[in-house]
Ligand binder design. Sequence first.
Ligand code: S6P
Ligand code: ZN
Length: 183
Amino acid sequence: MKLMETGVLYNPQSGKVSGKNVSKSSRQLKHMEGYYEDTEAFRSMDPETPVYEVLMHAQEEGNEGGLLFGTSYLFPGKVGNEYFMTKGHFHEIKNRAEYYWGIQGEGALVLMDEKGEAKVEKVTQGSLHYIPGHIAHRLVNTSDSMLVVGACWPSDAGHDYGTIEENGFSVRVKEEDGKPVVK
Ligand code: S6P
Ligand code: ZN
């Protein structure tokens, strides 16, 4: 029997996923209206400013029992004194869990339960993060270089962005005296 190529490549240094069934999505500031606290600072910035990109390998999207794999690239930057972050979400099927792992850079993973109780984990190269079901998750880049984070999650998890869009997270990660603080 001949060994088969998968047609997909993963570079563990850069987190780059390429080849078959790989797609890329990009978020600029214009996609994040209402997410940052300092609305005046937000309005003064170029809406085309890139905030994050996600490469995703989806062999079987939506299938119960399947898995998705991706890398998030979060640019360095701030809106006022609040660091660039992802929108953040609960999974649409609430009990679906997820793994994150740090590939490059430094940041924070904000986790929040359905009662609004939050916890923040430090993300560094090699850090592993288990996100249980029913927990909203958001990445924050607290450094001045790119934050690169890997993820693996159930194919049918889906994204509930609405809950966060309406109520936000109960904490924000900001810069104070040159250091990240959780407020
Ligand atoms: C998917 C997983 C990540 C995020 C990505 C962007 O379940 O948690 O791939 O989608 O980090 O964040 P967001 O909140 O815009 O989906
Ligand atoms: Zn998720």
